[in-house]
Structures are given as structure tokens and as C-alpha cells.
Design a protein around this ligand. Sequence first.
Ligand SMILES: Cc1cc2nc3c(=O)[nH]c(=O)nc-3n(C[C@H](O)[C@H](O)[C@H](O)COP(=O)(O)OP(=O)(O)OC[C@H]3O[C@@H](n4cnc5c(N)ncnc54)[C@H](O)[C@@H]3O)c2cc1C
Ligand code: FES
Length: 290
Amino acid sequence: MYTAKESEIKEPISFTGNTWVPVPYRITGKKTESKHLLTLTMEPAGEESIAPIAAGQFNMLYVFGVGEIPISVSSLDTPHPTLIHTIQQVGPASKAINSLDVGDTIGIRGPFGTVWPVGAADSKDVIIMAGGVGLCPLRPLIENVLSERDRFGEVNILYGSREPDRIIFHQDIIAWQSDPSINFHITVDHAFSHWRGNVGVVTQLIDKASFAPDNTVAFICGPEVMMRYGAYACMDSHVDERNIYLSMERNMKCAIGFCGHCQFGPHFVCKEGAVFPYSVVRSHLNIAEL
Ligand SMILES: Cc1cc2nc3c(=O)[nH]c(=O)nc-3n(C[C@H](O)[C@H](O)[C@H](O)COP(=O)(O)OP(=O)(O)OC[C@H]3O[C@@H](n4cnc5c(N)ncnc54)[C@H](O)[C@@H]3O)c2cc1C
Ligand code: FES
């Protein structure tokens, strides 16, 4: 399994081939995770495939004649060139992707973007904080960490979902809950009568985590406001802001730093991110609707 080096956070992994032209992939598996959220497994439809993708990176998924959207790799549990992506249906392109069937063809460009810097957490305690669909980009990182569990100190996975019905990756959650080598905590914003677990925002779970603040690295992904308060929660617990990483989302068109659609302050999210050190984006995270 691929493990990122710390230096790789600074620039995208180089990729080969024509990054403008989508490579045809065939859908070979389709799994419902929750209402409006599906995991698709894809294999190259012909001889050509994209370069291997790493935890934190994304591909552009193109439904012919409808549109193209950025989607993170959501598992690295299958060997290259198989791809696994989990897509929430929010608008035309994501709806079109989720209505594809096994056997249908989709276009893939990528991989793009920076990786989660797993190497930065070597010998350190780890906090992985996910809000909602933010668990998708973080799941390959969790797979990496658990596949080399001895490299790290305490491993804390904190996951918040809006409602119990929106919880995804049930099999992984059952495995994480029963794994004595990690501290897994889950919460929902709004509970139903059958829910017996934590209720409240995911940032509150930091109080249940076990870590030495001066020797901890945090990886955060979710809605922007959640990431901001997630970083505050870590820093309130005395985690150094230089050890906090998060993954930004912006509308994308080219994904290779040409069109400017993904601009976030002085940064192009497609090229300099989507995974950023918190210290790099901190000042712009406070500007509403940037
Ligand atoms: C680097 C990166 C990685 C991403 N990874 C994933 C992933 O793994 N899985 C995934 O499901 N999505 C992911 N996204 C988000 C995904 O790209 C968008 O949901 C998608 O572009 C929406 O396109 P659309 O044409 O379906 O809807 P649009 O027409 O673009 O949007 C329709 C409506 O939904 C709203 N909307 C758009 N995006 C979102 C969103 N993310 N959440 C809630 N509402 C939204 C819009 O404001 C609009 O009101 C990622 C985005 C980026 C930048
Ligand atoms: S999407 Fe075109 S510059 Fe980032």
C-alpha cells in the first residue's frame, strides 16, 4: 500500500499521460452507503489507465455529455489500476454519476493534488477527524495508518455524521470500533429514538481522544466550518498548528492550475491542495464565502 512522504505535501505527485483527456473506465461495482451516497468501483475499459493514486488525492470524474467533477479516492484497498470513489448526489454531475450502472463507462482524469503527509505522523499520536462525507478522503489515510499501525503512537478516529441515517462505511466502522489498537468515537448532530451513542458536534469528541499534544499530528476533513472548529479544538488541546492538515473543497474545471476556478485566496486548491497544512490556509478560512 502506498505511504506518502512528508515532502510530498508540498507539490502534487507527478503524473504521466495527457491530463486533459479522460481515460475510459468501466464501472464494475456499485454499493449504496446511505441515501444519495454510493461507492463505485471502476476498472480501465481498455489498455490505458491513469497513474496510481494516493491517499488525499482526487480524480476528475466525467459523465459524457453531462459534466466533470473532482472526487477523492475513498479507498486504496484494491490494487492499481482499480479505482474506488464514493460520491454524494448533490447536483447534475454527481446525480448522473450515481445513476450509472455496472458495465457503464465513465471518463477519468488524474490523479491530482497533494497527499495526506502520513510521514509527518511517524512515531507520533494521530488524530483523524471527519465530518460527514469528509470521511471519504480520510478513509485511504486510515487504511494506510492501520496497515502500518506500529509506526504510530495513539491513533484516534473521530467521526461526526449529521444523523444516524447518514453514517457511511458501516463495515469499516464496526471494524474500527472493535479494534483495540485504535480509539474510535462517533457522534451525530441530531439523534433518532434508537440512537444510543454520542450526540453533538464532532469537535467535542476531542475530549475522548488520547494523545500527547506536543507529539500529535491531526488530519481533518469535512465542511469548512467544521474544519475550522476542528483545528481550534486541536489547538485548544495544545496541538501545534503546524501539525494540523486539512483538505479544502472548491469548484474545479481544469484541475491542473490553469483556469482559476478553484482559487482560495492566493492558492489554487487543485494544485497546491486539496490537502493543505492548516497554517497555510488559516487566515483565509476566517473570511466568509471566500
Ligand atoms: C478535491 C475535492 C474532492 C472531493 N471529493 C469528494 C468526494 O470524495 N465525494 C463527494 O461526494 N464529493 C466530493 N467533492 C465534492 C464534489 O466535487 C461536488 O459535490 C460536485 O462537484 C458537485 O457537482 P454537481 O454538478 O453534482 O453539483 P453542483 O451543480 O456543482 O451543485 C449543486 C448544488 O449542490 C451544492 N453543492 C456542491 N458541492 C457540494 C458539496 N460538496 N456538499 C454539499 N452541497 C454541495 C451546490 O452549492 C449547489 O447548490 C470533492 C470536491 C473537491 C474539490
Ligand atoms: S481547477 Fe483550474 S486552476 Fe484549479
